[in-house]
Design a protein around this ligand. Structure first.
Ligand code: T4K
Length: 403
């Protein structure tokens, strides 16, 4: 897979250090045989979707793992968010971070609810409670926080603000499966939380997600809304949609869930290798995780300070991509700079200085079972060489731009 980290950088005339692309979000596939056995049994049963036995088992296991009363699996987290938002009766305006995946905002706008973007705390990349109240208006109905990178939102402060203003509180927990906050697993906070099991998440069910809640009535409503609103044969009592998870997705999810500790261990090992390999490189800060909590370590997040590193984030991305390290810039440029929000609120950035600053500095590096400590060391070697040769790289890049 790899050549040598001593080879010249590809942008300076060398061969790419990685022969095959190293992706952010390469799927983890735990016990292949166990998955195939489950799938074979599923085919024998001829029960492929609509609340089948594998989905029921996956829901039970997730609820047990998190310690939450209800889990409803869905076909993806975006639909999960849409269902939870509709079931909660949100309307008008909902406060969300702009520093999140676009699905958080779109799930609201899709239902003609206005996402109102609030700024983040630059130290955590999560919503900053001190910057929320200025956005609350008579039309505000909820706060929808995202546990960015799987690091928990300031749940208590958000709950206090929500309660004081009579707002609902929900969480986009797409990246946070397997993470805890003050010793409690994420999934039980607010009215509901929504996880993603997309292929790129550390625990995947191909596509998929789950809505978790401790509210019995809310859970019952969500379950029906996920299946068109049907309450028994021939009786529809809500506007619903088709949010059902398939059996084959649940087979994958269950199989990966059985190996969750191994998957976390690999991510943790890679994270440690990055921490050691990046130490001492000026201008690079590796986002820390609180080791007193459970973390899934699925995102390796760097902030690049151009003045100290010698290259901008964009220049470094070009260096990495030339080496076949397909680092990403999540969540650049922020939801408020994407359509339709960019056109509707062209000046939203005035209220989002930290979002804009962080979004311009962040790089996400590959991890997961497709990476090894050795390949992580090579990525770190690239980052170190790039800093040492930043002048040459800038010259090479300006040549490419001018060519
Ligand atoms: N809220 C938050 C905070 C989220 O982060 C997300 C999803 C959601 C809500 C919505 O959840 P879902 O509705 O998706 O369940 C990816 C994922 O598609 C998306 O699920 C994820 N967040 C987001 C952070 O990342 P893209 O547009 O970056 O995906 P893409 O196609 O560029 O793939 C990422 C990398 O992974 C590429 O280098 C290719 C590689 N890859 C991808 C797939 C699917 C593979 O190697 N194998 C694969 O099978 O959004």
């Amino acid at each position: 897979m790899t050549l040598s980290h001593r080879a010249p950088l590809a942008l300076l005339g060398g061969q790419p250090i990685f022969e095959q692309p190293a992706h952010v979000g390469r799927p983890n596939i735990a016990n292949r045989q166990r998955f195939l056995d489950r799938t074979g049994e599923m085919l024998d049963r001829r029960w492929l979707s609509n609340n089948g036995p594998l989905v029921q088992e996956f829901e039970r296991r997730i609820a047990e793992f998190i310690g939450v009363k209800h889990c409803i699996c869905v076909c993806n987290a975006t639909i999960g968010l849409e269902i939870a938002i509709r079931a909660a009766g949100l309307k008008g305006e909902v406060i969300v971070p702009s520093f999140t995946f676009i699905a958080t905002a779109h799930a609201l706008q899709w239902q003609e609810i206005t996402p109102v973007f609030a700024d983040i705390n630059p130290a955590t990349h999560n919503l900053d409670p001190a910057r929320i109240e200025r956005h609350i208006t008579p039309r505000t109905t909820a706060i929808l926080g995202t546990h960015v990178w799987g690091r928990p939102c300031p749940v208590e402060s958000l709950a206090e603000i929500a309660q004081r203003h009579g707002l609902k509180l929900m969480f986009d927990a797409a990246p946070a499966f397997g993470c805890s906050h003050h010793g409690r697993m994420i999934g039980g906070f607010g009215l509901a939380e929504v996880f993603s099991f997309h292929a790129t998440k550390f625990l995947n069910s191909f596509e998929g997600g789950a809505i978790t809640t401790n509210d019995d009535e809310f859970a019952a409503k969500i379950r029906l809304m996920t299946n068109f609103g049907f309450s028994g044969y021939d009786n529809v009592i809500y506007i619903g949609t088709n949010g059902k998870m398939t059996e084959v997705s649940a087979a994958m999810g269950l199989t990966n869930l059985e190996s969750i500790e191994d998957l976390v261990a690999v991510n943790r090992c890679n994270y440690e290798a990055y921490r050691i390999g990046l130490s001492g490189i000026p201008g690079i800060v590796l986002m820390p995780f609180n080791s007193a909590e459970r973390n899934n370590y699925q995102y390796v997040v760097l902030e690049i300070d151009e003045a100290d590193y010698g290259l901008t984030r964009e220049e470094l991305i070009r260096v990495l991509h030339a080496e076949n390290v397909l680092a990403r810039k999540y969540f650049w440029p922020g939801c408020h700079r994407m359509e339709p929000y960019r056109s509707v609120y062209p000046y939203a950035g005035i209220f989002l200085p930290e979002t804009e600053r962080v979004a311009a500095r962040v790089i996400i590096l590959p991890t997961g079972t497709a990476m090894s400590e050795a390949s992580v060391a090579l990525v770190c070697g690239i980052l170190r060489s790039a800093a040492e040769q930043s002048d040459k790289i800038r010259t090479a890049l300006s040549g490419k731009v001018n060519a």
